[in-house]
Design a protein around this ligand. Structure first.
Ligand code: PMP
Length: 389
């Protein structure tokens, strides 16, 4: 069986060959001039991705979950009130993480498929003093995108710090940190950033850094304490080296290369491309008579599409046929949507023809599994939208 597969899951994604190539560079010292320069440039480019001039980026070995935890452990102290806006599996994970840190967690929970209502968040913030509110930009379990901008407009009027989990959105959907008043954005390398798994990426606003500086109690985790990392990142940004813990050098090379590609394309162009691709996928799915998990079209994320299985189509059969016969790998559901949905990831350096191939594979697979659809109909409706690229 061929090993060639088109990976269309919501992370890890298909990586650019040039990004993979730089990972096989001979590893230099972390204080070598080459590494200092590339790390410094990557930190500058990261600010462009987060649409910020003033926030402090962090690049740490780890995954998105580490980034989630790192964002909060530096800002909470025992007894603080935190509001977790939960629109799926990763919102629930945020609450779990926070509960380990001796804080009072209120969860504003929405049914999976719904997006958070900014006016309800406002009421919550008026009712109680929250030190932090966390929002998942795109919950990867549902494909729902929250309106991070409108929520930011509300949080701006309160003392509350605004943390956005951008793992499934950053670099594909706008997250204008300065303009929208976001205090911490956290993300991971393996999705729209376009770098193999292994990097936790964050940016802290100056306001968040001040809250950190005023802590009464030390951060209860040594590795994640931003106080240990700040001098290191500031050094690399100014062309010097510093050491706290050995950086993942080859992954930083990959980050540098991928961010260069994104900046070359233009971050606004990338946002536009993601939007068109998302619309094309959803249009094809609708044409095939399938429904998506987001309950309103305006909730749908540009980075992935979560689709309900039609009656009598079995999850394992579907994904196995897709992968083995059509060479396209899509993801199953998470948590309570396991076996009920499949998820198509479409972020990063994705081409129009990757969408066409995926939709075509879905049509053929559904047909083989007994779902009545006409070959080519979904593809045609996707193509119509992909013309805009
Ligand atoms: N948040 C979101 C929205 C995610 O999609 C994921 C991973 N799919 C995570 C957090 C956790 O990231 P990781 O798996 O890299 O730990």
């Amino acid at each position: 069986m061929s090993e060639r597969k088109l990976l269309m899951i919501p992370g890890p994604i298909n990586f650019e060959p040039s990004v993979l190539r730089v990972m096989s560079t001979t590893t230099p010292s972390h204080v070598s001039p080459t590494f200092i320069r590339l790390f410094g440039e990557a930190l500058q480019d990261l600010k462009k991705i987060f649409c910020t001039n003033s926030a402090q980026p962090f690049v740490i070995a780890g995954s998105g979950t580490l980034a989630m935890e790192m964002a909060v452990v530096n800002l909470v102290e025992p007894g603080d009130n935190v509001l977790v806006v939960s629109t799926g599996y990763f919102g629930e994970r945020y609450a779990e993480i926070l509960k380990r840190h001796n804080v009072k967690v209120d969860e504003l929970k929405y049914a999976w498929g719904e997006a958070a209502k900014p006016e309800v968040i406002k009421e919550k913030l008026e009712d109680k003093n929250y030190k932090i509110v966390t929002v998942t930009h795109v919950d990867t379990s549902t494909g729902v995108a929250n309106d991070v901008e409108s929520i930011g407009d509300i949080v701006k009027d309160f003392e509350t710090l605004y943390i956005v989990d951008g793992v499934c959105a950053t670099a594909a959907m706008p997250e204008r940190m300065d303009e929208w008043g976001i205090d911490v954005i956290l993300t991971a390398s393996q999705k729209a950033i376009g770098v193999p798994p292994g990097l936790a990426l964050l940016a802290f606003s100056q306001r968040a850094l001040r809250v950190y500086e005023k802590r009464k109690i030390k951060v209860d985790n040594y590795f994640m304490d931003i106080g240990n990392w700040l001098p290191v990142l500031k050094a690399y940004e100014t062309g010097q080296a510093a050491y706290f813990a050995t950086p993942p050098i080859n992954l930083v090379f990959a980050l540098h290369q991928s961010l260069r590609l994104i900046v070359e394309e233009g971050i606004e162009n990338r946002f536009r491309r993601s939007k068109i691709i998302g619309q094309a996928v959803r249009s094809a799915i609708k044409t095939l008579g399938l429904t998506i998990v987001p309950r309103k079209p305006k909730y749908a994320a540009d980075t992935l599409t979560a689709v309900h299985y039609p009656n009598n189509v079995n999850d394992l059969d579907f994904r196995k046929t897709m992968a083995d016969k059509q060479g396209v790998v899509v993801a199953g559901g998470l948590g309570k949507l396991k076996e009920k949905i499949f998820r198509i990831g479409h972020m990063g350096p994705i081409a129009a023809n990757d969408v066409v191939a995926t939709v075509s594979a879905i049509e053929k697979t559904l047909l083989v599994l007994g779902y009545p659809c006409k070959l080519g109909e979904g593809v045609a409706s996707a193509q119509k939208i992909l013309q805009e690229l």
